[in-house]
Write a protein that binds this ligand. Structure first.
Ligand SMILES: [Zn+2]
Length: 292
C-alpha cells in the first residue's frame, strides 16, 4: 500500500472504526427490520432506544462495544440487561471490515464486498431469531454484486479443480459476470426446484421461502461452482448444531429459542459462505497439497 506502514496502519484503524459504527447500524437493522409491523422502520424513530423500557439511548452510551462494557451490559435507565448480541455484532462487523480492507485496500471493491458480508450477517441473525429470512436485504446486494462483477471483470478461470468448488473466489474481488449470473440462477432456481421436488415427494416443507434467494446471493459473489461446497458445509454445520442442541436439551425442550426442534437453514448457509470467503484459499491450498 502506498505511503508506508504507518499510513497503512492508520487506514486499517479507520476501516476498523468504520466497521464498528456499521455494526452499530447493523444492530438497528437486525432489531427493526423484522418488527416493521410494530411501526418501526430503519430511520424512524431516528434515535436508538432501549428495547426493554423504550428510553432513548444517549450518544455517549451508544459507542460501539465500549458502552456495553462500561454499562456492564445493562440499560442506564431501567438497568435491565442488554443482549450481548449488540457488542458482538459490532465487534464482528469491525473485524470483517478490517479483514476485507486488508485484502482489497480502500475502494469500491472493498465497500461492495463489505456490504455483502454485512447483509449476510443481518440475514443470519434475523433468521435465527425469527425463522424469517428478510429477502428485502437480498435484492440490493445481488444488484451490487452483479455491478461489481461487471465493473471489475475477472478472467473466467479454467482447470479441473474448479469442478470441486475450489474456485479461488475473491482473490480478484469479483468473479466473472458470467459466473456471477450463473451463481444467481443456479443458487436461487436450483434450491427452489430442489425444495419443490422434496415437497412433491414427501409432502413436507424443508426450506424457508428465503433460502433460495440467499443461496442465489451467495452465488453472485462466490460463483456457481462453489455452491455445492457451500451447501455441503451448511448441511454439515447444521447437522452438528442439531445434534449438539439435542444433547443439550434432552430433558426439557422449549418450543422456541435454542432448544426448539426446527432450525432455520439461513444461518448455516451464511456460516458456510463465510468459511468459503475467509478460508477458501487456505482450504484450496490444503486440498491441492493433499492431491500432490
Ligand atoms: Zn431500558
Amino acid at each position: 500500500m502506498p505511503g508506508g506502514p504507518s499510513t497503512a496502519f492508520s487506514l486499517g484503524f479507520l476501516a476498523l472504526l468504520l466497521g464498528l459504527s456499521a455494526g452499530s447500524f447493523l444492530n438497528v437493522v437486525i432489531h427493526r427490520l423484522p418488527r416493521r409491523d410494530q411501526g418501526l422502520s430503519l430511520f424512524r424513530p431516528g434515535r436508538s432506544f432501549c428495547p426493554a423500557c423504550g428510553a432513548a439511548i444517549r450518544w455517549h452510551d451508544n459507542i460501539p462495544v465500549l458502552s456495553w462494557l462500561l454499562l456492564k451490559g445493562a440499560c442506564r435507565d431501567c438497568r435491565r440487561p442488554i443482549s450481548i448480541r449488540y457488542p458482538l455484532v459490532e465487534l464482528a462487523s469491525g473485524i470483517l471490515a478490517l479483514s476485507l480492507f486488508n485484502r482489497y485496500g480502500p475502494g469500491p471493491e472493498f465497500l461492495i464486498q463489505y456490504y455483502f458480508v454485512l447483509c449476510l450477517l443481518a440475514i443470519a441473525l434475523i433468521d435465527l431469531e425469527f425463522m424469517l429470512l428478510p429477502v428485502v436485504l437480498v435484492y440490493p446486494a445481488v444488484g451490487l454484486g452483479l455491478l461489481g462483477a461487471w465493473a471489475y471483470p475477472a478472467p473466467e478461470l479454467a482447470g479441473p479443480w474448479l469442478w470441486l468448488g475450489l474456485e479461488p473466489a475473491l482473490s480478484p474481488p469479483f468473479i466473472s459476470l458470467a459466473a456471477a449470473a450463473a451463481g444467481l440462477a443456479l443458487g436461487w432456481g436450483g434450491l427452489k426446484a430442489a425444495a419443490a421436488a422434496f415437497k412433491a415427494l414427501r409432502g413436507r416443507e424443508v426450506l424457508g421461502d428465503g433460502d433460495p434467494p440467499l443461496l442465489g446471493l451467495i452465488g453472485v459473489y462466490l460463483g456457481w461452482r462453489v455452491l455445492p461446497l457451500v451447501i455441503l458445509w451448511a448441511l454439515l454445520i447444521g447437522l452438528m448444531s442439531a445434534l449438539t442442541l439435542m444433547l443439550l436439551n434432552r430433558r426439557d425442550r422449549p418450543a422456541e429459542g435454542w432448544g426448539r426442534k426446527a432450525l432455520p437453514f439461513g444461518p448455516f448457509l451464511v456460516l458456510a459462505a463465510y468459511l468459503q470467503i475467509f478460508f477458501g484459499q487456505a482450504f484450496m491450498a490444503g486440498y491441492l497439497s493433499l492431491a500432490g
